[in-house]
Design a protein around this ligand. Structure first.
Ligand SMILES: [Zn+2]
Length: 89
C-alpha cells in the first residue's frame, strides 16, 4: 500500500470521529486497518542490465544505467516492502 493511501484513510477516520474528543476509536480503526492491509513483502528481481522487476506485482523499474540494486524500499506500483534494499538514500 502506498503511504498516501494510509494517510488519506487516517484523515477520513479522524474527520468522521472528530467529535469523540479523543482519538481512541479512530486509533482502534486505524490499527485494524494496518492489520488488514499488512504490507506485502517483495524483492527486486534482476532482469538484466538496469532492469529490475517487483516480484509481488511484476512492475519493472530501471536503475538508470547503474548496475546497482534499486534503492526504492517500496515498489512504486504496488507498495510492497522490498527486502534487501540499501538504507542510504
Ligand atoms: Zn510491486
Amino acid at each position: 500500500m502506498k503511504p498516501e493511501t494510509r494517510e488519506q484513510f487516517m484523515n477520513t477516520v479522524y474527520n468522521i470521529l472528530h467529535d469523540d474528543g479523543t482519538n481512541d476509536r479512530a486509533n482502534q480503526i486505524i490499527d485494524a486497518f494496518d492489520e488488514a492491509t499488512e504490507s506485502e513483502k517483495g524483492k527486486w528481481v534482476h532482469l538484466g542490465g538496469g532492469e529490475y522487476c517487483c516480484d509481488a506485482c511484476g512492475n519493472v523499474i530501471h536503475t538508470e544505467g547503474s548496475w546497482e540494486k534499486p534503492r526504492q524500499k517500496l515498489c512504486p506500483a504496488c507498495g510492497a516492502e522490498m527486502e534487501g534494499t540499501k538504507d542510504d538514500a
